[in-house]
Unconditional design. Structure first.
Length: 584
């Protein structure tokens, strides 16, 4: 190890930090000092809390101690995964590429960056808590419980090493900005799904349809309670067996066996975690070398693809490109813009993230009822439930309709330079939005129709209502997109800094949006009133009124398209200045 180079690298890191503070003035230094102080207080609080928690487990069973360490480990992993997004979007502490021309030891630079990556909130909170919990158990159960500390630290080192390896591997993939945004979007959605996994398990998969009926029978209630306790114990037994195959959960197994004075599990777990940590660091170091050498040689070398062989006399069939499609009835400028917007939606990660987050919300909330046994609902309530699902699905997509130009950014220049009427621009945007929004809203409606066994007339009325809601969302979205536009940063859903008045206007309009969508409930309400008055049942009131409202919505959209197009023409330069600004 070259100590002079290491000292120079550490001095460089300190100098960079001082330059950041001086560039931001005294405020940056003050904020950094306050952050360090708050982190120190939180770490001390976690240590004291862990010490008290370990001391209070003097008479706890080995299973209880295993569960406590399992919860601590899972909390650490959850907070660590939450900070993974920031780690992926943050650059290295010391940019190795800028020092490659110097006679510096690459391994030292790599280790400095790896060690600095440990200064995260999850480690600052988890390590003192684990240390305090270990010390509390050692004071009450004996010094052999101190073996938990190296086991926990080796687990943290293993997780950080493989995370650092993953970060380096993804960094080589994200040189392409579009691929970078896609990777970040996929990781964000994965994190959202994992955070909702307990909710889906306990409210969907863990639901027992017979529990409601068992409560009514007093003789079977105690038997159900005993069966539930046995099932819970069996679940914990299977969980303990599964922990042996998951390296981060070896800490809880070691804690359980140390209570029974079995030391080998903790020792083997420590050696195993250290070995996996070393393997992860070695893999990350090799990836770093390959990345900074240009990835040449070996498997990374590009292989030329053989040229396609064309047979004599065989003519390739002409294939119409997606952007060359023609939409019937739709004017050609609107059709071209609709197809271009659909292609943009297909490629832009931030739009896919916005749509996926809305779909996941519908999935999580709907799965709590969809996968259970169909309730014995009265027939008069089913139309209202179907309409409510259509309204809720459309409301979750309002942010998608209300900022149609914010995702365009610099591409909005081509729209205002296009020699077409502005109403056709709105029509093209709306066609693309409706085609995606209607499909996402149709999925829960179809599942609900199957689940509730809706009559065909009620299902058809719900489809008319869904079209009505989409058209109302288009009209309201056009108005908000023109009057209160805001830029969305590439690769994220973070908006720019909006003026206070514009922000209040947007919040107020979104709060009023449910009131705008509520009139569609008038169709099932009038149908209920019709049947309550004992009028002829063969008249499909719900379907007829839903069709009439759909026609009115089409008329409203056609009438407002021209005035909104002229409003867009008057404000297009102002919208351009908002959605193309880069200083955020």
């Amino acid at each position: 190890m070259n100590w002079d180079q290491l000292q120079t690298i550490l001095w460089l890191r300190w100098r960079l930090m001082r330059n950041q503070w001086s560039r931001s003035g005294g405020l940056g230094a003050a904020i950094s000092i306050v952050a360090v102080f708050v982190a120190s207080v939180m770490a001390a609080g976690c240590f004291v809390g862990g010490l008290i928690g370990g001391w209070s487990q003097k008479d706890a069973t080995p299973q209880v101690i295993m569960v406590v360490w399992l919860v601590v480990t899972l909390l650490f992993l959850f907070v660590w995964m939450a900070g993974l997004l920031a780690e992926l979007q943050r650059s290295e502490t010391i940019d190795l590429q800028k020092l490659m021309h110097l006679p510096a030891v690459l391994g030292q630079l790599f280790m400095v960056n790896y060690l600095v990556s440990h200064f995260t909130l999850s480690i600052v909170l988890a390590v003192p808590m684990m240390a305090g919990l270990t010390l509390g158990l050692a004071l009450t159960r004996g010094p052999h419980m101190l073996l938990l500390l190296p086991l926990a630290l080796s687990m943290v080192a293993m997780v950080s090493a493989w995370t650092y390896c993953l970060r380096g591997w993804l960094a080589t993939m994200m040189h392409n900005p579009r691929r970078r945004r896609t990777v970040i979007m996929c990781i964000s959605l994965t994190f959202i799904l994992l955070s909702q996994a307990p909710n889906l398990y306990f409210n969907v998969l863990g639901h027992r349809p017979g529990a409601r009926h068992a409560a009514a029978d007093g003789n079977n209630w105690q038997r159900q309670q005993a069966d539930r306790a046995a099932a819970t114990q069996g679940m914990f037994d299977r969980l303990a067996e599964a922990q042996g195959f998951i390296p981060p959960l070896w800490v809880s197994l070691g804690a359980r066996d140390l209570v029974g004075h079995r030391l080998l599990t903790a020792l083997y777990g420590t050696l195993g975690c250290l070995g996996l940590a070393a393997l992860g660091l070695l893999r990350a170091y090799r990836n770093t070398i390959v990345a900074f050498q240009g990835g040449t040689g070996g498997k990374s070398a590009s292989r030329p693809r053989p040229a396609p062989v064309l047979q004599a006399g065989a003519a390739a069939a002409p294939r119409l490109a997606f952007l060359e499609w023609r939409l019937p009835v739709v004017p050609e400028p609107s059709a071209a813009l609709a197809l271009a917007t659909l292609r943009f939606i297909q490629r832009a990660p931030e739009i896919k993230m916005a749509l996926a987050s809305s779909f996941i919300s519908m999935l999580v909330l709907g799965a709590m009822f969809l996968f259970r046994a169909p309730p014995s609902l009265p027939d008069v309530a089913k139309p209202f439930i179907a309409t409510g699902v259509a309204v809720f699905s459309t409301f979750l997509l309002i942010h998608f309709f209300a900022n149609q130009f914010g995702f365009d950014r610099d591409g909005f220049r081509s729209l205002i330079l296009a020699p077409v009427e502005r109403r056709w621009i709105l029509l093209g945007k709306n066609l693309a939005m409706v085609s995606v929004g209607f499909l996402l809203a149709l999925i829960p409606v179809v599942f609900l129709a199957v689940w509730l066994r809706l009559p065909p007339l009620t299902a058809a009325a719900t489809l008319f209502q869904l079209v009505t809601l989409q058209l109302i969302a288009c009209v309201a979205g056009n108005l908000l997109s023109i009057t209160v536009p805001y830029r969305i940063q590439p690769g994220s859903l973070k908006p720019t800094k909006m003026p206070a008045l514009a922000m209040l206007t947007m919040v107020f309009c979104q709060m009023l949006m449910p009131m705008v969508l509520l009139p569609v409930f008038s169709a099932p309400l009038l149908d209920l009133l019709w049947r309550h008055l004992h009028l002829p049942d063969f008249v499909p009131v719900n379907l007829l009124l839903s069709a009439v409202m759909c026609g009115l919505a089409v008329t409203l959209y056609a009438v407002t398209l021209g005035p909104l197009g002229r409003l867009l023409h008057r404000r297009e330069t102002r919208i351009l200045g908002i959605v193309t600004v880069e200083v955020e």
